[in-house]
Design a protein around this ligand. Structure first.
Ligand SMILES: *Cc1c(COP(=O)(O)O)cnc(C)c1O
Length: 341
């Protein structure tokens, strides 16, 4: 089998069919055997709880073809643990970490021919999904669940190189409530953000920017990514009960400490944006998406983090460091990377 049909250098962040996906079902209180499928569809009861009551969780991580020819997966244990936290949050059975890791490695190995070449800058996106499948019309957790992992090759986030973009503060919509599901990786949070995202795009911005839902006073998230700011040799990132705990953010905090920066995780009032030398959004898709400007249409204020559109030096250094660890170019001092052999 070949992959001649794939133009590795021009992949988007879309879905492309691969050979196999792996599945595991939860029935009668236990997780079953891991099964390999080539079908892309799932048979699903029309009364499944995932469809009606949002019992759905997902994860996102990446595998990289490295200069040494090996394939590396970045921090899959952290994704397994975050999925378990989501499961507790929306009353789904927790998938054991070892099952998650075994299925992740199998999904990548079975689709090895779809792991893009190093030179393309593309990678293999891994999408785990967990859904409540049993039929129910009352609002209760399901008795049965399906966990699956599919993979799809995706292009580099920055086609023209590491670059800044503009964000707009939204007050018209919240993606999550202070004690809601914002801290869990569930589809409902994304449904809640689609309109705000659409309106931000229509207005010419790359993404919407959220303040805390209760007071509209503190920084929450940059669309579906975490926020960080840099000033006084310090990496500052918001603390909030409605933010999704980003594994990229956690990794960048560690790298910032390693580089001798201080790290602060605390509420960040909107006005403090004016004091940062650099700011960025972070997540698996881009690692860091540096921010040029954040506009607040209500106050008419523009917070500017880059005069010439270039990313700042600290953001660039953090970005390069994390990418080099993912690609096995620099030592993996914190044991983050799983090397497939
Ligand atoms: C997935 C996600 C992130 C980024 O998390 P990573 O683990 O770094 O990929 C940030 N915010 C939201 C809302 C997310 O869903």
């Amino acid at each position: 089998m070949n992959t001649d049909h794939i133009d590795w250098n021009n992949l988007s962040f879309g879905y492309q069919r691969t050979d196999y996906n792996v599945r595991c079902r939860y029935r009668n209180g236990v997780w079953g055997e891991i099964e390999v499928y080539s079908e892309e569809t799932i048979p699903l009861h029309m009364a499944a709880t995932c469809l009606h009551y949002g019992q759905e969780a997902f994860e996102g991580l990446k595998a990289f073809r490295c200069p040494d020819g090996k394939i590396r997966i970045f921090r899959p244990e952290a994704n397994a643990e975050r999925l378990q936290a989501t499961c507790r949050g929306i009353m789904m059975p927790e998938l054991p970490t070892e099952t998650f890791l075994e299925m992740t490695a199998r999904a990548v190995r079975l689709n090895e021919r779809f792991v893009p070449p190093y030179e393309s800058g593309a990678s293999l996106y891994i999408r785990p999904l967990l859904i409540g499948t049993s039929a129910q019309v009352g609002v209760h957790p399901a008795d049965e669940y399906l966990f699956l992992i599919f993979v799809t090759p995706v292009g580099p986030y920055f086609k023209g190189g590491f670059a800044t973009t503009d964000y707009v503060i939204t007050r018209a919509y919240d993606r999550s409530a202070p004690l809601g599901t914002g801290r869990y990786k569930v589809g409902g949070n994304y449904a809640a953000s689609l309109r705000a995202n659409h309106e931000a795009h229509e207005a010419g911005y790359s993404c919407e920017f959220y303040l805390d839902a209760r007071e509209k006073k503190y920084i929450d998230e940059c669309g579906a990514a975490n926020f960080f700011g840099i000033k006084n040799n310090t990496y500052v990132t918001p603390k909030s009960s409605s933010i999704l705990p980003s594994i990229t953010n956690r990794s960048l905090q560690q790298l910032a400490l390693d580089m001798g920066l201080a790290v602060e995780c605390r509420p960040i009032p909107e006005e403090e944006l004016a004091t940062f030398d650099e700011a960025g959004a972070c997540g698996t898709a881009a690692v860091i998406s540096p921010i040029r400007r954040i506009d607040d249409p209500e106050t008419g204020h523009s917070y500017i983090f880059s005069q010439n559109g270039e990313p700042g030096p600290v953001s660039r250094k953090l970005y390069t460091k994390l990418r080099n660890i993912q690609y096995g170019i620099e030592p993996d001092a914190h044991g983050w990377v799983t090397v497939l052999d």
